[in-house]
Design a protein around this ligand. Structure first.
Ligand code: NAP
Length: 433
């Protein structure tokens, strides 16, 4: 990257909403001595927004423009910080900025999970920095730990609580016994969930983050389309109560694991975890990423995964890093993408399961259920029965089995005349083999 030719770094922002406004505020407050930490003075030259009339207290009005292209094409601007979100037009703006030789910072996980490879390639070609620490788990340093600190190790598996909205809802359900709809309403009332919560509760947001984490951990480009995804909308208060009785919690996990150096399983789904697992203790809107690496062993990164101020901290960390690089005339190393892996079909993924079913309470039913599991090569670990009049509720946990065998088991159970309904199927992680 060319050396900064003055002692001043000119920055342009695309977006000044929840995160962007805090980036500007924190820089204006000068709580950190930017010059002392980076070697350069910092000037915010322009900020692109949609609505010039919106109130943005404390920010000089003359900085605002609705013309984002005037930022990405401004020859004086060294760094473009994209905090507008969405795929288009953000993708086009960032490609233009990179092609124009500007370093780029983004917090846009949706864009990275879809077009990260294209943006990385453009930054390599232009020999400029491309940083995105804020894109996964807000304030938690996880991008640089994976791409730098752990790059000398061999990561085998990653499991993350990377969506604060769903973790808030699941924590409420666990702690109060509330059903999903009630917990969602509370999350919306408190500002932890959007009016349209689909991206969070259906797991799209977590899937984008899973793709980014998998790409960095396994040196192979993974996009959001590669991620198997299930949200939390079907979970009931009964599922949570059963988990609690069994000494477990249910979390929405983003999981990425290397299978035999050949395949990558990348998935997002509700997951039962023993209460003793470090991720089980992550409550409310907090995030955490649990990493298993061959030499380092188990690591956990924990903190605030969203919010304007915490996320702005990660953006400013990127800004200081880029300023240091520009002052020294160097570029951060490119993300490696050499591994030749294929994405495992969800049907071949091995997991443990909990299956809850309502059956007629009569002799021979338990044996019929057990036989169906055995016929599909799914080994039962525990069975628990509770009864209500003529209906018995069976909660079966299994040893490791493929998704395909489990799906066949469920299909056959559904066809048995004494099975009234399969109430839920939930995957289990965090138990030793
Ligand atoms: P936000 O509050 O909706 O702010 C978006 C900003 O972008 C607004 O200032 C908006 O202008 C501007 N904008 C949108 N489209 C534009 C366009 N076409 N041209 C010019 N300006 C445009 O979003 P946010 O919550 O700050 O999130 C920003 C990014 O950070 C997203 O990628 C998000 O995924 C990521 N992120 C957010 C959080 C968080 O806690 N919020 C955490 C981690 C990562 P107006 O103000 O005029 O509408």
């Amino acid at each position: 990257m060319p050396k900064l030719d003055t002692d001043t770094l000119y920055v342009g922002l695309l977006g000044c909403g929840v995160v962007g406004s805090e980036v500007v505020r924190l820089l204006a407050e000068s709580r950190i001595d930017f010059k002392a930490r980076s070697g350069a003075n910092l000037v915010i030259k322009k900020i692109a927004v949609r609505d010039l009339g919106a109130a943005r207290p404390g920010i000089d009005k003359s900085l605002f423009t609705t013309d984002a292209l005037s930022i990405v094409n401004d020859p004086e601007i060294d760094v473009v910080i994209e905090l507008m979100g969405g795929i288009d037009p953000a993708r086009d703006y960032l490609l233009k900025a990179l092609n124009n030789g500007k370093a780029v910072i983004t917090a846009n996980k949706a864009l990275l999970a879809r077009h990260g490879d294209e943006l990385e390639t453009a930054s390599d070609k232009a020999d400029v920095d491309f940083y995105y620490e804020a894109a996964v788990a807000g304030a938690i340093p996880i991008i640089r730990p994976l791409s730098e600190s752990l790059v000398g190790d061999y990561v085998t598996k990653i499991m993350g609580i990377v969506n604060g909205t769903t973790n808030f809802i699941l924590t409420k359900m666990f702690e109060t016994g509330a059903d999903f709809d009630v917990a969602l309403k509370e999350a919306q009332a408190l500002g932890f969930a959007e009016a349209d919560p689909t991206a969070d509760v259906e797991g799209f947001d977590a899937a984008a983050k899973a793709a980014i984490l998998a790409t960095l951990s396994f040196h192979h480009t993974v996009t959001d389309a590669d991620v198997y995804r299930e949200g939390i909308t079907k979970l009931t208060a009964r599922d949570i109560a059963i988990a609690k009785d069994m000494g477990m919690v249910i979390k929405l996990l983003a999981i990425a694991e290397n299978i035999d150096d050949e395949k990558l399983s990348v998935r997002v789904h509700p997951t039962l975890l023993p209460e003793t697992h470090p991720l089980a203790a992550v409550r409310g809107a907090f995030n955490a990423v649990f990493v298993e690496a061959e030499a380092a062993g188990e690591l956990m990164f924990y903190g605030r995964g969203a919010g304007g101020v915490p996320t702005a901290s990660a953006v400013l960390g990127d800004l200081v890093a880029i300023a240091r690089n520009l002052v020294d005339g160097r570029t951060a190393p490119a993300t490696s993408d050499y591994a030749s892996l294929t994405i495992a079909d969800i049907g071949t993924t091995h997991t443990r399961y909990l299956i809850r079913l309502d059956v007629q309470d009569k002799p021979g039913v338990l044996a019929g259920v057990a036989n169906t599991f055995a016929a599909n090569n799914v080994s039962i670990s525990t069975v628990r029965q509770t009864g209500q009049e003529d209906t018995a509720e069976l909660t079966v946990t299994t040893h490791l089995a493929t998704e395909e065998s489990l799906a066949n088991t469920v299909k056959q159970l559904n066809g048995l005349e004494f099975v009234k309904r399969i109430a839920s199927v939930i995957r289990v992680e965090g138990l030793s083999a």
